[in-house]
Unconditional design. Structure first.
Length: 132
């Protein structure tokens, strides 16, 4: 009926697409924001566990990282430094242990997933017609 005849006109089609985009935008915000928060919570919980594993498997590396900082670094700071600067399973010439290496892919996956979801959320908010 009436919907299809109105949608056949350019104005009706534009209105229908506008409603659809508004619905998709609202859905992305409603579902995307809590999902992003959950991914980041999982990332920080995993990063904390990674820091504990790193400290247990590599106490000398952990101590040198603590001593190197000007102020007392947090567990997250040291763990992130190792996560981001390790290359080919080693950090500062020291091979990382098996439990430490096993945790790296999951941590990176959570970090990149959370960052990507956040950027999609920012993009959705920037394309909101209310901003024009």
């Amino acid at each position: 009926g009436a919907f299809f005849s109105a949608a056949a006109t350019p104005v009706g089609l534009t209105q229908a697409l506008g409603l659809l985009m508004g619905f998709i935008r609202a859905l992305l915000v409603i579902l995307g924001l809590p999902a992003t928060v959950m991914v980041y919570l999982m990332y920080f919980a995993s990063l904390y566990e990674f820091a504990k594993t790193l400290e247990q498997e590599h106490p000398s590396l952990w101590k040198s990282e603590c001593d190197r900082a000007l102020i007392q670094p947090s567990r997250f700071n040291i763990a992130y430094r190792v996560l981001s600067k390790q290359r080919n399973g080693s950090y500062q010439g020291q091979d990382l242990g098996p439990r430490t290496l096993a945790a790296l892919p999951g941590l990176k996956r959570l970090l990149y997933t959370g960052a990507s979801m956040f950027l999609v959320f920012v993009l959705v908010m920037l394309t909101d017609p209310a901003n024009y």
